[in-house]
Design a protein around this ligand. Structure first.
Ligand code: ADP
Length: 327
């Protein structure tokens, strides 16, 4: 089982790495570690990563080792947060749910994560974070993100219109709102997760032109039709020169609310196959689980809990952290 495997791997770590370990996840033969690398020089970080990889690779069924280093480094400071766009080919695949929980899971890993809800068709982040009805303040025309209970400050399109007013914006208005949100006061935020509308429309183009994300995560369900749309989303980012962090398969298998057993009503592994065909990484899968919908509707992101759902989102966040650390 995964947790036993993780314990076995922890025991194999070099002493220095074990002392700096913040999290270790195992999925599909891949171990993802987050280490506190505070105070280490670049060459020491590289050496530590090599030691960890050498110690774990090839043991206990591990074929790949990803190491994410947290903490200050002496390299030049980046300006502003690192933007990770979350996109999908079509609506209803759980993109907003994944974006919210990814941000919460990153915060649990020790990142200062923020969230921008740019989904004009269904801005739902205030509800997902249990912060409905909140309004951002502005200082000298700059929006101040609203704190949520989960350590993730956020701004949402829904906060920029009057309550109850239909969001029937045409392109330029929505584009302006996106700019306002991304130019908000994100000081102190390391990673800004941006929940984009589904598809490949104006908002995505504004995003690519004005605020080139450092990477994009694409969410799909396992069905063929969703995957075809996901392929379009991948190619939009690639054409815009935005690296694809990877694909996430959501609603992948049904978790029985009684026994927890996973079955596959929509088939299994479709997103992984599609990712392989497109030459992009596969970050992991989140099951179709009634608890995810229930907790999301209640404004308590499952990633903030301690069930298997939190574990699944933590694995995704670990993969994203490893990707960020490698860049
Ligand atoms: P999108 O942003 O792609 O339109 P949402 O995140 O709004 O999709 O999700 C659509 C619906 O599916 C919501 O009711 C959400 O709670 C539910 N949902 C999303 N992911 C899951 C999941 N893994 N298991 C169960 N329900 C989910």
């Amino acid at each position: 089982m995964t947790s036993d495997n993780a314990e076995t791997l922890k025991a194999l770590l070099p002493v220095e790495a074990a002392g700096r370990l913040q999290s270790l996840r195992v999925a599909d033969g891949r171990a993802t570690l987050v280490l506190d690398a505070g105070g280490l020089r670049e060459d020491q970080r590289t050496a530590l990563e090599a030691e960890v990889t050498a110690a774990l690779k090839g043991t206990a069924g591990i074929s790949e080792v990803r190491v994410a280093m947290m903490g200050e480094r002496s390299a030049p400071q980046r300006r502003g947060p690192r933007i990770i766009a979350v996109g999908s080919g079509k609506g209803g695949v759980g993109k907003s749910t994944v974006a919210a929980n990814l941000a919460v899971a990153l915060a649990r890993l020790g990142y200062k994560a923020g969230l921008v809800d740019a989904d004009i068709y269904g801005p739902s982040q205030a509800r997902l974070l249990g912060a409905e009805g909140t309004r951002p303040q502005a200082r000298e025309k700059q929006l101040l993100p609203v704190e949520s209970r989960w350590g993730v400050p956020f701004l949402s399109m829904a906060q920029l219109v009057e309550p109850g007013q239909a969001i029937a914006w045409r392109g330029p208005m929505a584009g302006n709102a996106l700019v306002q949100m991304l130019e908000g006061d994100w000081s102190g935020v390391d990673v800004l997760v941006v929940d984009l509308p589904p598809g490949t429309g104006d908002i995505q183009l504004t995003m690519l032109q004005r605020f080139k994300p450092e990477g994009a995560v694409i969410v799909s369900t396992p069905q063929d039709l969703a995957l075809i749309d996901a392929t379009r989303a991948v190619s939009l980012f690639e054409k815009g020169g935005v690296p694809i962090v990877g694909m996430i398969e959501n609603m992948a298998g049904y978790a029985c609310p009684h026994c927890g057993e996973i079955s596959d009503p929509f088939g299994a592994g479709g997103a992984q196959t599609a990712a392989d065909e497109m030459g992009v990484a596969f970050l992991g899968r989140i099951p179709l689980d009634i608890a995810i919908r229930r907790e999301s509707d209640a404004g308590t992101p499952p990633a903030a809990g301690d069930g298997p759902q939190a574990e699944a989102f933590a694995t995704l966040a670990g993969a994203l952290a490893a990707w960020l650390a490698e860049r």
